[in-house]
Write a protein that binds this ligand. Structure first.
Ligand SMILES: [Ca+2]
Ligand SMILES: [Ca+2]
Length: 145
């Protein structure tokens, strides 16, 4: 039951975020991005909304294959991983508890996966966090309350 409610909440976040992003006009993109974040964060209730993740430096040649865990449970993406190039940003759009321990993991098929970094959220605040520096990589994730 609890899991179902959580999933239903996440679906609502995706719907709100997607809907607002889709209807934004080019002129409203700068302001609309912030409005989109706020609307999505509201649907997280007392939790923190993970907005997007950006690969500042990647660990491999070409692309990293990454996924995100919160408190030891994979929360993103729905597939096995997201393939990211240096500089690329991808929406995460997940709600997590305000003190969640996040880990960003890079998938390797032949070797053990790499831990890029671990952060513990600093409560109910809006700020950027950095996963660093496993494999020389550095990723930034935005948390919105
Ligand atoms: Ca690797
Ligand atoms: Ca890899």
């Amino acid at each position: 039951m609890r899991t179902w409610r959580k999933l239903s909440k996440l679906t609502a976040v995706a719907a709100v975020a997607g809907g607002l992003a889709f209807t934004a006009t080019p002129a409203a993109i700068a302001a609309g991005d912030s409005a989109r974040e706020k609307a999505a964060a509201l649907t997280c209730g007392g939790n923190v909304f993970l907005d997007g993740i950006r690969a500042l430096t990647i660990s491999e040649n070409g692309r990293d294959e990454v996924y995100l865990e919160a408190d030891g449970v994979k929360i993103w993406p729905s597939g096995r991983y997201v393939s990211m190039a240096a500089g690329q940003r991808v929406e995460v759009d997940k709600c997590v508890r305000p003190q969640a321990a996040l880990r960003l993991i890079e998938v390797d098929d032949l070797d053990p996966n790499d831990l890029i970094g671990r952060v513990i959220l600093e409560g109910d605040v809006t700020k950027d966090y950095y996963f660093c520096c496993g494999g020389g990589a550095r990723y930034r994730i935005g948390a919105v309350r």
